[in-house]
Ligand binder design. Sequence first.
Ligand code: ASP
Ligand code: MG
Length: 413
Amino acid sequence: MALIVQKFGGTSVGSTEKIKAVAERVLKQHRQGHKMVVVLSAMSGETDRLIGLAKNIQQIPDLREMDMLLSTGEQVTIALFAMAVKEAGFDAVSLLGDQVRIRTSNLHTKARIRNIDTALIHRHLDEGRIVTIAGFQGVTEEGDITTLGRGGSDTTAVALAAALKADACEIFTDVEGVYTTDPNICQAARKIDRISYDEMLELASLGAKVLDIRSVGLAKRFKVPVHVCSTFTENEGTWVVEEDKIMESMLVSGVTYSKNEARITINKVPDQPGVAAKIFLPISDAGIVVDMIIQNTRAGSLTDLTFTVLRSDYDRAIRLLQKVAEEIKAESVTGSENIAKVSIVGVGMRNHSGIASTMFQILAKEGINIMMISTSEIKVSCVIEEKYTELAVRALHDAFALDKENLPIEEAV
Ligand code: ASP
Ligand code: MG
């Protein structure tokens, strides 16, 4: 008998019909004798609808009241789910974050889970009930309702799995798992059977939306095995696990891309101590997140500084930097919004050299110019012109043989 935490996302509980189907699915496991804890999101579109209501009243909504409002979405689905279980002749109980005592920080709309009281959950499980818990919410020390930020139900599920020492945490969604790349642009994309926490962290930070990144960090910290799978099929999904639990490691596990970024260059910056600080301080003060940074060395006392920001921050950043450029006597600020970041990710890179250069060769063969490069231990990212994104992704996926299952490292490339 196992203790299993299952989380179902908004599309999985988007109607009463779907909620009944989810209840059936959970009951199948329950009948086999497993203890089931079920975390639900709000019905798809509901959280957006609630945000819309708030904005009809306050342009910048009060954050405490926002949490009060947003937490209602999940209250609806857990109540309906518990009804569906009871209608099928079994027992269930629905619990909100404050009833469980999912304690969080008091940073409204972006709260972090501090600890979870498991006593009440265990009591209900021991009495044979399916326990369904509202995702995405908690309560502060003072008793105020909080939410964890968009997509926060994944984090609720993993945190509960960690606190309950569950045997597994299963995240049900509308795709079959984690893919080697975006199946929408590459037909050869393949579902990955097992992937390490670190790879999943990179993929999530690079834009893979299947798991919320905070939940992956938590899963890694507490070694919670996470199974990402589809609500709508019975197929095995992707297991996110510790690296040493992956037998045949691939050289590269996934190719990903993001079109969310823009590139900015400050041309001919005086090459002196303190200049980078002067440039990036106003940017960080404005809450603009910088990703890749490259400073070139030139002969002489001038240098170019290039970096990327979110595309949605591009105009604001350019305006800020034009002021800064004047102050520090740089020549000009230029940039482009039509860029994309294409990345390869894989723990195989830890022990194999030359992967980055293979990537550059593949892009060169397609005639794609690389504007910026950044690397980490298990990732190489290249900024290219946006119009070549699909071509680059397909070429990399093909060249690193990601369509082939469990190809041992030696046979790849
Ligand atoms: N309902 C929340 C959202 O839409 C939390 C979640 O679904 O994970 O962001
Ligand atoms: Mg989600």
